[in-house]
Every structure is written in structure tokens, then in C-alpha cells.
Design a binder for this molecule. Structure first.
Ligand code: NDP
Ligand code: PYC
Length: 339
């Protein structure tokens, strides 16, 4: 049997933050990164958990992210668009800085946007969505990545795996949240298959000659495919437009040109939209939260599950019993702490 180690959420967060501080990250960067990585591990989202630490450290060592950046909130002009300049640091502390102003504007104006520019982004988006649903707001979050996905009908990497997440607040229970790559799977999943020596499911990727492949190495050298064919391809393109071009930041092909590799975390911008359901529904019949509950109950009533239910169950278990790490993961953390 493989040996495992169990740590509390707090103990793992301390270890991860200590690793980042040892590499020269300031407290703002190290704390925000540790929170998002540990949240991934806690919720059994392995593709964005502790496995991501080394990629973040590689990006620091390559000089492609500023470990001591202090994000800056633009002067307050009361507009619906809140802007945070990550100043070359990671996206996560920039998000944490911008979210109070975003939530206040969304409540006051009905909807508001947070634009983060010049950031390195490697994390899952649901922690950001949940930061807004916790405040009674609905949210949409998206960002480009780097060119690794061929558009439907094409044969070369162009779009990113461009994650897209949505959240709806629910009273007295976990929010409705989905969060997915607009490729068939996150690139992290391909890498985890490669490490485990497993073949990919059919339909995930093409090789460098544009032929379908189930070999993770060939997929990493070729291109991934969008989810849902032309529909995912169009949504991935929309994210390049809204969260790349519209906010004056890099698109996925530009990110790859800038980095020259997919082994580092991508540098681009991010767009977060927050909505007040009460403001939108004002003057219309019915309470939007009660109506949403009817919809959710009907979905579940058919035997379907709501997205994020697996994650919330994993979270409850981790909070109750601790986070279980494999021997390899524990060795990785020990090695990085000793470096
Ligand atoms: P998954 O396909 O694993 O999950 C997508 C969503 O669908 C989740 O909300 C999941 O909930 C839900 N879901 C899965 N199965 C069902 C089901 N049977 N019924 C209802 N809902 C279901 O996600 P991906 O592999 O596409 O993405 C994983 C992560 O990678 C995301 O968090 C994303 O943000 C991140 N990512 C980040 C990128 C970046 O550049 N920063 C790029 C690409 C991806 P549950 O979790 O409960 O299973
Ligand atoms: O899993 O596709 C991915 C990814 C790319 C950048 C961060 N995560």
C-alpha cells in the first residue's frame, strides 16, 4: 500500500506559503498563492493543487513573474469597471485586492467588472467565483492561457485552454458553481496522465501532424481540442476577445510568443463580472433566489448532480479528516522546503 500523509488545511497552507517565501515571494504573493493551491488540494482538484507549486517556482526562476510585486488598484472613479494592475505578479493577490471594490460596485450598480492586467495566472477559477457568491452576487470569470488548443476544423495550437467559471449564490447552502477549461480537459490533466503513464481518452487531442492521439506526450507536442466541437471553439475565442483583446492584454498566441514555452505559468489578464440578482430582478414577479432553488431541485430531482457537488463533498471531508497527500507529494513539499 502507498504511504500517505494527512495534514490539516491550515498546516498545508503554512507549508506551501513557507515554500513560496523561501523562493523570494513577498507575503502578499506567497499568502494568496498558498490559499488557492491548498483550496485546490482540499477540494480534490489535483490538476490545480500542490502539483502547481513547481510550475509557479519555475516561472519565478525564469524571471517571468515578479515575486515581490504589490498589486495596485486604479484610482477610484466610481465606474462599473474596477481595474487592478498586478504589476507583473500573480493574479491571485490582485484579485484579493480588487474584490471588495468589485462587490461594492455590483451591489450599488447592479453589475460591475474587475479587470486584472499584467498577471501570471495558473489557478482554478472557482475560488474567485466563490469569493463573490459568498457576498450574495452571481459571477462570471474567464481568462486566456497559452496557445495549446486547435480551433475546431484547424490543426495547430491557437486558443488557450481558457477557463470559464460561473457562480450563483444560494441561501443556507453551497453555491451553484461550474468551472471548466474550454478545451476537452485542462492541460494539467494531460500532464497528470503523462506522469501516471496513462493513455488519454479518445477525442482529447491531436498530434503535431494533426492526427488524433491518445498519447499524452504526442498531445503535449500537438494540440488539445475544444470541448463541444465548434461551440467550445467559439467560447474559447470569445474569452480571447473579452479577457484578452478587450482588456488590452495578451491573447493566448501572444502569451506563447512572450514565454516561448508552455512549461511556465502564462502571463496575461483576467476578467471577472459580478451581478446583483436582486437588482436585475427588481420589479419583476418572483424572488430570483427562490426561483433558482426550484430549478436546482428539478435538476437534482431527475437524478442529475449539480456541478461542484463533488468538490464540496471533498472539501467537507478534508475539513473533517485532513488533506491526504501521497508519498510523492510529501517528498516534493519536503524537498522544496529544504532547497
Ligand atoms: P472538469 O471537467 O473536471 O469539471 C468541470 C465542471 O463540471 C466542474 O464544476 C465539475 O464539478 C462539473 N462536473 C463534472 N462532472 C459533472 C457531472 N457529472 N454533473 C455535473 N457537473 C459536473 O474541469 P476541467 O478539467 O475542464 O477544469 C479543471 C480546472 O482547471 C478548472 O478549475 C479550471 O479553472 C482550471 N483551469 C485553469 C486554467 C488557467 O489557465 N488558469 C486553464 C484551464 C483550466 P466538480 O468539480 O464537482 O466535479
Ligand atoms: O490546466 O490548462 C490548464 C492550465 C493552463 C494554465 C493553467 N492551467
Amino acid at each position: 500500500m502507498t504511504e500517505t500523509t494527512t495534514l490539516t488545511v491550515e498546516a498545508l497552507a503554512e507549508r506551501v506559503a513557507a515554500i513560496f517565501r523561501r523562493t523570494g515571494l513577498n507575503d502578499v504573493q506567497a499568502g494568496a498563492l498558498a490559499r488557492v493551491i491548498v483550496a485546490g488540494e482540499r477540494d480534490a482538484c489535483k490538476s490545480h493543487g500542490v502539483y502547481r507549486i513547481e510550475g509557479a517556482l519555475r516561472t519565478v526562476k525564469a524571471g517571468k513573474v515578479k515575486p515581490d510585486a504589490i498589486p495596485e488598484l486604479s484610482a477610484d472613479d466610481g465606474s462599473a469597471i474596477v481595474k487592478v494592475d498586478a504589476r507583473g505578479g500573480f493574479a491571485n493577490p490582485a484579485f484579493e485586492l480588487g474584490v471588495p471594490a468589485l462587490a461594492e460596485r455590483a451591489r450599488r450598480l447592479g453589475l460591475a467588472a474587475l479587470v486584472i492586467n499584467d498577471c501570471t495566472h495558473f489557478s482554478a477559477l472557482w475560488p474567485e467565483v466563490e469569493a463573490l457568491t459568498e457576498q450574495g452576487l452571481a459571477a462570471l470569470v474567464m481568462c486566456p492561457s497559452y496557445a495549446t488548443v486547435a480551433p475546431t476544423g484547424g490543426n495547430k495550437p491557437l486558443l488557450g485552454t481558457n477557463p470559464f467559471a460561473f457562480g450563483w449564490p444560494r441561501k443556507g447552502t453551497s453555491p451553484y458553481v461550474f468551472d471548466f477549461a474550454t478545451s476537452v480537459a485542462a492541460r494539467g490533466e494531460i500532464e497528470l496522465h503523462r506522469r501516471a503513464g496513462k493513455k488519454l481518452p479518445e477525442g482529447w487531442a491531436i498530434d503535431a501532424d494533426g492526427n488524433p492521439t491518445t498519447d499524452p506526450e504526442a498531445a503535449l507536442a500537438g494540440a488539445m481540442l475544444p470541448f463541444g466541437g465548434h461551440k467550445g471553439s467559439a467560447i474559447g475565442t470569445m474569452i480571447e476577445l473579452l479577457a484578452g483583446i478587450m482588456i488590452g492584454d495578451l491573447t493566448s498566441p501572444e502569451v506563447l510568443d512572450y514565454l516561448g514555452t508552455t512549461t511556465l505559468a502564462p502571463f496575461h489578464g483576467e476578467l471577472i463580472l459580478a451581478f446583483s440578482p436582486e437588482a436585475f430582478a427588481k420589479g419583476r414577479p418572483g424572488d430570483p433566489f427562490a426561483r433558482a432553488e426550484t430549478l436546482f431541485q428539478t435538476i437534482v430531482g431527475q437524478g442529475a448532480r449539480l456541478p461542484s457537488q463533488r468538490r464540496f463533498a471533498a472539501r467537507a471531508k478534508s475539513e473533517r479528516e485532513g488533506i491526504v497527500l501521497t508519498a510523492t507529494e510529501t517528498e516534493q513539499l519536503d524537498r522544496l522546503l529544504e532547497k
